[in-house]
Design a protein around this ligand. Structure first.
Ligand code: SAH
Length: 367
C-alpha cells in the first residue's frame, strides 16, 4: 500500500466516501503524493507517450495553425499564447520555434503555461529557458485576468483527459453516484467503488442519456466544462482561437472510461493512487455545447490524422527526410505513421477548435 492510499483510507474513514472526481483530483494532484506532482511520467521510460514527444512535426503543425489564425486576425501587436497542461514543455518549444519563421509573430506573442505541478513547471522552465517572457500559472483564470481586453490563442493536448470526472450509474431508482469507499478485504483495508444509496438529481446527466439502460455509467467533467466556458467567453469577447486535442467521444456516450496506466500498461484504477496515470475519454459534445453557449464558432471534432494531413504534415515529413541519414528517415516515417494512421493515433485522437465569430478561414477541418 502506498502513502496516498493510506491517506485516502484515513480520510474516507474519518469523513465518509469521496466522489470519483475527488479521488482523481487527489491521485493526480495531491500536493505531495499526486502523480503529476512528483515525477516526469512521459516517454518510453515513463508511463505513456504523447504526440509532441513522438515528433517535432506535431508541434510544428499546431504552431502553423495558430500562426494562420494570428495572420487572419490582422496580425495583432500583442496576443497571449496559452498552453494548458504542457507536460515537459516539448509542444511549446516546437510551437514557438515554428513561429520564428513568421515575421513579427514572436514579438507579438506573450506566452503562458498553465501547469499545476511544480515538478513539471521546473522541467518546462529548463526546456524553455531561451524564452524569457514565458510565465507560469496554476489556473487558466489567472491568465485570462491578465489577458483581459486582449486576444488569446490556446493549445491543449491531452489536458482535458486528465481532469477529474464524476461517475453515475443508472439503477432502477435513478442515477446513483459512484463513490470511493473503504472495505476490509483479507484483513487489509482497501479502496473500493460503491454506489451512493440515494439517487442524484437527473439534471446532472445530459438529457440524451436519461433513457440509458440500467447499469449504464455516465461521466461528467464539470471542471473541463468550466475551463472551456472561460476560454469561450474570453475568445468571443476579446477575439482568439483555441485548439483542443484529446481522445474521446464526439457525442455524449455511456461507459466507464476511467483508466489507469503504468509503464505503458493498463492497471487497476484504485491500486497505487498517485503512482499511476488516470485519464478518461473526453466528452467533446459537452465541450462543444458549452462553447456554443458563449456564441463562439466550433470546428470539429475531426480526426487528428485528417487535421495534421490537412495542415501539410506529409510535406513536412518529406522535407525532414531530405538530407538525413537512413535511420533518421526511418524515424520520420515511423513518427508520421504513429501520429496520423487510423490504427495508431490518427482517428483515436480528435481535434476540436473554437474561434470568435469575427475570425474566418479556420484551417484543418475541411471534410
Ligand atoms: N500536453 C502534454 C502533457 C499532457 S499530460 C503533452 O502533450 O505531452 C497532462 C498535463 O496536464 C500535465 O502537465 C499535468 O501536470 C497537467 N495538468 C493536469 N491537470 C491539471 C490542472 N487541473 N491544472 C493544470 N494542469 C494540469
Amino acid at each position: 500500500m502506498n502513502r496516498l492510499e493510506t491517506y485516502l483510507i484515513k480520510l474516507i474513514n474519518a469523513q465518509g466516501p469521496i466522489t470519483v472526481a475527488t479521488f482523481m483530483a487527489e491521485a493526480l494532484g495531491n500536493s505531495t503524493h499526486g502523480y503529476y506532482m512528483k515525477k516526469d511520467p512521459f516517454g518510453q521510460d515513463g508511463d505513456f507517450t504523447t504526440a509532441p514527444e513522438i515528433s517535432q512535426m506535431f508541434g510544428e503543425m499546431v504552431g502553423l495553425w495558430q500562426a494562420i489564425n494570428w495572420m487572419n486576425m490582422g496580425r495583432p501587436e500583442r496576443i497571449h499564447l496559452i498552453e494548458l497542461g504542457p507536460g515537459r514543455g516539448t509542444l511549446m518549444q516546437d510551437v514557438l520555434r515554428s513561429m520564428k519563421s513568421i515575421p513579427g509573430m514572436l514579438d507579438a506573442i506573450v506566452p503562458h503555461m498553465v501547469e499545476m505541478s511544480p515538478a513539471l513547471q521546473k522541467i518546462q522552465a529548463e526546456n524553455l529557458k531561451a524564452y524569457k517572457t514565458l510565465t507560469w500559472h496554476n489556473r487558466i483564470s489567472d491568465v485570462l485576468t491578465q489577458a483581459k481586453g486582449e486576444p488569446i490563442l490556446v493549445i491543449a493536448n491531452e489536458f482535458f483527459d486528465a481532469l477529474p470526472v464524476r461517475q453515475f450509474q443508472k439503477a432502477e431508482s435513478g442515477w446513483h453516484e459512484r463513490l470511493v469507499c473503504t472495505n476490509n478485504i483479507d484483513n487489509h483495508e482497501r479502496l473500493i467503488l460503491q454506489l451512493a444509496p440515494m439517487p442524484s438529481p437527473e439534471q446532472i446527466i445530459p438529457s440524451a442519456l436519461h433513457r440509458a439502460d440500467e447499469g449504464s455509467i455516465a461521466e461528467i467533467c464539470t471542471i473541463g466544462q468550466n475551463i472551456c466556458a472561460e476560454i469561450a467567453e474570453h475568445i468571443q469577447q476579446y477575439s482568439g482561437a483555441a485548439l483542443f486535442i484529446d481522445y474521446g467521444h464526439i457525442v455524449h456516450g455511456t461507459g466507464d472510461t476511467l483508466q489507469a496506466v503504468k509503464k505503458h500498461k493498463y492497471v487497476d484504477i484504485l491500486l497505487e493512487p498517485g503512482d499511476v496515470d488516470l485519464t478518461t475519454h473526453v466528452d467533446f459534445q459537452s465541450l462543444k455545447e458549452t462553447a456554443l453557449q458563449y456564441g463562439t464558432q466550433v470546428y470539429g471534432p475531426t480526426d487528428q490524422g485528417k487535421f495534421l494531413k490537412s495542415l501539410g504534415i506529409e510535406a513536412r515529413a518529406q522535407t525532414l527526410q531530405a538530407n538525413s541519414s537512413a535511420s533518421q528517415k526511418e524515424a520520420v516515417i515511423c513518427a508520421l505513421h504513429r501520429l496520423t494512421d487510423n490504427k495508431e493515433m490518427g482517428s483515436l485522437f480528435k481535434v476540436m477548435a473554437l474561434s470568435d465569430t469575427g475570425l474566418a478561414n479556420i484551417v484543418g477541418f475541411e471534410e
